[in-house]
Each structure stands twice: as structure tokens, then as C-alpha cells.
Design a protein around this ligand. Structure first.
Ligand code: PHE
Ligand code: ZN
Ligand code: ZN
Ligand code: ZN
Length: 284
């Protein structure tokens, strides 16, 4: 992080197991580790820190059934260390272009695009949005699609494992999540492109949605994890190297994203959004 800014955060997760440093410079990483451990997080915020205000940007189609809302989201913020072009300029740009291209579609369902604030400091924007919904508003959201990092330089086409069929260790998502994963998978299948599952563990803005039982899915091309030899065989790139070596770094600039992955995923995002805009019958 930026010197003098991330240093202002210290997270004490005393219940975390031995061997893990007790103080994290990164609020988001601390939250994730604590969530995995089921630990209690105590935040110590340094007096030099100034907490600001940020806003979600939400736009929805005028047309379409308001009782059957298709939500599509991407976080707009980045970490202080860098410009965040893959994380998450990529997802934000892809959903923005989808919204622009769809603007005159006679959609049957209402399509609501969310550009989330403050994902990197603990899913604050999406969490506040979901928390602020009435039960009736929540029930009208038929599904949520999330796009966070869709152009990683050493990419894999990873689909959130809503059906828990990919042995990646996370539980299945709410009913309907399996169908979303399968619809996204068909896009890659039709193009003769491989795809793999990825943990559906709440590490991005879909977390608050699945926590209240809203079916969700999405595409992810990998962050700090290491590409496997099997993934190299499927997608090319380099096994043994991180999917995005510039993840949360200053080098996540306009030269970081892989434009092949970005192009494919932008199409997959538009395809899935447009299909659900007209027909959500596959979602229970
Ligand atoms: N949410 C993480 C970030 O913004 C990236 C991520 C997305 C990690 C999806 C895992 C799964 O940094
Ligand atoms: Zn990030
Ligand atoms: Zn992200
Ligand atoms: Zn799966």
C-alpha cells in the first residue's frame, strides 16, 4: 500500500493460528483471513487515518419487469498501491459497455448495473446495498452476476463454482447458482474454450448476495494464485507463475491486462446479461 496510508491500519486477529503474522497492512486481506479462520477481528485504526465517503453507482433499465431484476456488478475502486486496471477496471469497463450496448433493448426483465465502492476495504459498498434492501426488494432480485478481474495477464477462465462440481473446496451457492455457472460454461463451450471452477467463498461483491440466498455467479481470471500445469495446457500462459503478478501492485496499469481474455470475457458478460435480461426461467 501507499506508505503512510495502509500503515495506518493494523488488524489484530489473535485467534488466527500460529505462523501467520499478527498484524496486516491490508484491511481486506485481514478480513479474508479472519473470515477463513472464523476468527474475531479487532480493528485498530490509527488516528492519522481519514475515513472518506464513497458511493456506489447504480443504473437500471427503464424497461423490464421490476419484480424480476437481473443484477450485474463490478467494483470500481482499487487498492491505493496502483491504478487497478485489471482489478477492477476490467470488470467495470466490461459491464459499462454491456449497459451501453443494451440501452435500447426491449428487455423483459429489469437489468440493474452496480459499480460498487470500497470493495477493497471489505466489500463495503455491496454489503451496505444488500443490507439496505427491504425483504420485498431483495425477493425481486432474481440473480446477481459479478465481474472482478476478468483480464489477468496469465489468465484462466474461472467460473464461480455455484454447483460445487469442481472440487475447489467451497460450498455450493444458493439454488440457481449452479444454473448460472452452467450458462456461463456453455458460452465457453460454444467457443471451444476451456473453463475451470473457482472457490465460491465470498471474496468479492457477490458475497453479501449469496449470504442472503440470492443466486449468483461470475467470471474471474485469477489474482495472486499460481497457474497449474493443467491450466497452462487449457489456457496457455505460464504454469508456476501467478495469474496476475501485478495483483494489488503499482504495475496493474493499462499495460497489465491480457486483451484476449478481456475480449472473450466482455463477450461472455454481454451474452449472459442479455440472455437473463430476456429469460430467467432456468433460475428457480
Ligand atoms: N476480490 C479480490 C480483489 O478485489 C479479487 C478476487 C476476486 C479474489 C474473486 C478471489 C475471487 O482483490
Ligand atoms: Zn483487489
Ligand atoms: Zn477486485
Ligand atoms: Zn462448478
Amino acid at each position: 500500500g501507499q506508505p503512510g496510508r495502509t500503515d495506518a491500519f493494523a488488524i489484530d486477529i489473535g485467534e488466527w493460528r500460529a505462523g501467520i503474522p499478527m498484524v496486516f497492512a491490508d484491511f481486506a486481506v485481514g478480513n479474508e483471513l479472519a473470515a477463513l479462520a472464523g476468527a474475531t477481528v479487532r480493528l485498530k485504526v490509527d488516528a492519522t487515518l481519514t475515513l472518506g465517503t464513497d458511493h456506489n453507482v447504480i443504473a437500471e433499465t427503464r424497461l423490464g419487469n421490476p419484480k424480476n431484476v437481473v443484477m450485474v456488478g463490478a467494483h470500481l475502486d482499487s487498492v491505493p498501491a496502483g491504478p487497478g486496471i485489471n482489478d477492477n477496471g476490467s470488470g467495470s469497463a466490461a459491464i459499462l459497455e454491456t449497459a451501453l450496448q443494451m440501452r435500447n433493448y426491449p428487455v423483459r426483465n429489469k437489468v440493474r448495473f452496480a459499480f460498487w465502492a470500497a470493495e477493497e476495504i471489505g466489500l463495503l459498498g455491496s454489503d451496505q446495498y444488500v443490507e439496505g434492501l427491504t425483504t420485498a426488494q431483495r425477493d425481486r432480485i432474481r440473480l446477481y452476476l459479478n465481474f472482478d478481474m476478468v483480464a489477468s495477464p496469465n489468465y484462466a477462465y474461472k467460473l464461480y463454482d455455484g454447483d460445487d462440481s469442481d472440487a475447489v473446496g467451497s460450498p455450493a451457492g444458493p439454488p440457481g447458482s449452479a444454473q448460472i455457472e452452467q450458462q456461463l460454461a456453455r458460452f465457453f463451450d460454444r467457443r471451444g474454450l476451456g473453463h475451470v471452477g473457482t472457490d465460491f467463498d465470498g471474496r468479492s461483491d457477490y458475497g453479501p448476495f449469496i449470504a442472503v440466498g440470492i443466486p449468483a455467479g461470475g467470471i474471474f481470471t485469477g489474482a495472486e494464485g499460481i497457474k497449474t500445469p493443467a491450466e497452462q495446457a487449457l489456457f496457455g500462459g505460464t504454469a508456476g507463475v501467478a495469474y496476475d503478478v501485478c495483483y494489488h501492485q503499482a504495475c496493474d496499469t493499462i499495460s497489465n491486462p491480457n486483451l484476449t481474455a478481456f475480449d472473450v470475457n466482455a463477450d461472455a458478460i454481454a451474452d449472459s446479461t442479455a440472455r437473463y435480461a430476456f429469460n430467467t426461467n432456468a433460475i428457480p
